[in-house]
Design a binder for this molecule. Sequence first.
Ligand SMILES: CC(C)(COP(=O)(O)OP(=O)(O)OC[C@H]1O[C@@H](n2cnc3c(N)ncnc32)[C@H](O)[C@@H]1OP(=O)(O)O)[C@@H](O)C(=O)NCCC(=O)NCCSC(=O)CCC(=O)c1ccccc1C(=O)O
Length: 279
Amino acid sequence: MSQTITDAGPAARPAPALQDIRYEVEGPTAIITINRPHRYNAFRGITVEELIKAFRLAWADRSVQAVILTGAGEKAFCTGGDVKQRAETGDYGPTESGMFEIGNLHKLIRDIPKPVIAAVNGVAVGGGHVLHVLCDLSIASETARFGQAGPKVGSFDAGFGSAYLARVVGEKRAREIWYLCRMYDAATAERWGLVNAVVPADQLLAEATKWAAEIAEKSPTALRFLKQSFNADTDHQAGLSNLAMSALDLFTASPEGLEGAAAFAQRRPADFVQQVAWH
Ligand SMILES: CC(C)(COP(=O)(O)OP(=O)(O)OC[C@H]1O[C@@H](n2cnc3c(N)ncnc32)[C@H](O)[C@@H]1OP(=O)(O)O)[C@@H](O)C(=O)NCCC(=O)NCCSC(=O)CCC(=O)c1ccccc1C(=O)O
């Protein structure tokens, strides 16, 4: 993905038609909302493609100085890959590009030279948890819950999802999160440094907007260099992410990976051990 997007101004580009997300600009803030509440805001291929379009719009729009990423409804921020879609078709569904670009989305959230704030309005699990971890800042509602679930449903993110998480919460806690697949409440997330602040659910978006407005008072150039400086220390994890996504492509098509998705869709415990293909 290109590192430089020429700022031609929003008028130069027609707004794309979006079906899985909403993109709104309010003053200096772009608000990107994953809008699949019937699937707890799980993402499919199209969702990821639209998120990439939205982040690129926010990058190119000089009036936008901060981005808020959130989920529609009160239940979920994002629950990662759409496991039902994967159980039905064996993949995350068709896309314009023909690719499932979750790795590029991860890199884009890091590369957009403007602070990204996750407003975590409910469950953030699996690939949805990874999205909030990758945001510069996270503000959670008191009702938010956090965790990784890949090893329960035949998936994993062994790129930023493991390595960058360990930078945020430390090795022991990152390993606990991935190995046990428990869910953690907002107070624990705040204590562990996973989120910057916790607020009542009805104040979440207002609080995130307030933080974005405070950011917008600062020098965009100073913030751009600071973000790039913070990122530089972990940019090598992008290579790890490429490897992890290649591994995940193979794993999700394996009997063990397919068993995880099928068990979730059929609401039964998975029998992984019978499907393991190595000794
Ligand atoms: C989120 C839950 C903990 C919520 O539990 P609960 O409150 O009891 O509600 P439910 O009745 O379970 O769910 C409500 C409703 O939503 C549907 N749903 C929830 N999550 C998903 C999902 N991920 N995909 C599709 N549908 C979902 C659920 O089926 C219900 O629908 P009904 O019609 O009412 O039946 C709980 O739901 C839960 O644990 N969900 C599974 C979350 C999960 O496992 N996500 C992880 C996917 S794997 C992953 O994300 C790690 C890998 C990764 O990051 C990645 C990296 C690169 C490429 C892809 C991925 C990827 O994400 O796969």
